[in-house]
Design a protein around this ligand. Structure first.
Ligand code: NAD
Length: 283
């Protein structure tokens, strides 16, 4: 889809990091951006940065884990700027450093609520409007390279689970929208220099409110000085125009996926003896 000046975008998690990077890249192309974030003051700062460059944006406090809040945000963006052409379901939180069997019930609700429900809510609130508008539109769902393999050292099983879900939702959505005017992409970065290690300050009140989760903090060192959100924003804008479905940003991570695929290939080799009787039975 060609990104045209005057289009409308909605970006969740737009108050920081990758969401801010995408918001600014869209705004530089003349797109009017609804910057949605649970931290309203951070969304307002993104708007200030956009306006300082001559762009147009609006900050909207949104909790993506709450369907009513997402519906309200979508309505507010469309009232301000017209029908949404670009929607980025990007808000997400880290959940690293604790073995799966020790993660608290509250943390499971939070990571599933934001990282999975948030994307479902975005799909359900925005896609019907995109289809009804009859205009070209595009949805970008932020997964992660963690949506394609599970890191062996950082205890990322829960986070990865949610990102695999984002990949499946996006692949399903793409299948369902074949032949329609709405494109879909999955954004799958590795380390980006953002505030994701401070995720716990964004825990919604309805899921327990801000908390302290020191297990995330090692990530601060891991991502410091890595790829900048502005680079991701430009990559995403280019990918929307090229209609790329998978948006990878860190070429060095391909070998992680290659390893996983090699293990799956090897496992399938053991299924081969089972194929002959099954085929015979089908005849
Ligand atoms: P970030 O913490 O800098 O930005 C995330 C934003 O989402 C924050 O402004 C936060 O307030 C907001 N947010 C959190 N919960 C919310 C909620 N319930 N409703 C609305 N907004 C909420 O982190 P980031 O790295 O820019 O993360 C953006 C996305 O990128 C996430 O989905 C993350 O999983 C993904 N990601 C990040 C990295 C990385 O290395 N930083 C790598 C791969 C994928």
């Amino acid at each position: 889809m060609k990104i045209e000046p005057g289009m409308t975008a909605l970006v969740t998690g737009g108050g920081s990091g990758i969401g801010r990077g995408m918001s600014m890249s869209f705004a530089r192309r003349g797109v009017r951006v609804g910057v949605c974030d649970i931290r309203e003051e951070d969304a307002a700062e993104t708007v200030r940065l956009i306006e300082a460059e001559g762009g147009t944006a609006k900050a909207i406090r949104t909790d993506v884990s709450d369907r009513a809040s997402v519906d309200d945000a979508v309505a507010a963006v469309e009232t301000a700027f017209g029908s949404i052409a670009i929607a980025c379901n990007n808000a997400g939180i880290a959940m690293h450093g604790v073995p799966l069997h020790e993660i608290s019930a509250a943390d499971w609700d939070w990571v599933i609520g934001v990282n999975i429900r948030g994307v479902i809510n975005g799909i359900q609130a925005v896609i019907p409007r995109m289809l009804a508008s009859g205009r070209p539109a595009h949805m970008v769902n932020t997964a992660s390279i963690a949506g394609f393999q599970v890191n062996p050292t950082f205890l990322t099983g829960a986070y990865s689970m949610t990102k695999y879900a984002v990949v499946a939702l996006s692949e399903g959505l793409r299948n369902e929208l074949q032949g329609k005017n709405v494109g879909v992409s999955i954004l799958a970065p590795a380390a980006v220099d953002t505030k994701i290690h401070l995720s716990e300050r964004s825990r919604p009140d309805r899921l327990g409110g801000a908390t302290v989760r020191p297990q995330n903090h090692f990530m601060g060192d891991l991502i410091k000085g890595q790829m900048q959100p502005a680079e991701i924003g430009e990559r995403v804008a280019a990918a929307i125009e090229a209609e790329d479905f998978y948006i990878f940003t860190h070429p060095e991570t391909k070998e992680w996926l290659d390893r996983r695929h090699a293990a799956i290939d090897a496992a399938f080799a053991k299924a081969e003896p089972l194929a002959a009787p099954a085929a015979a039975a089908a005849e």
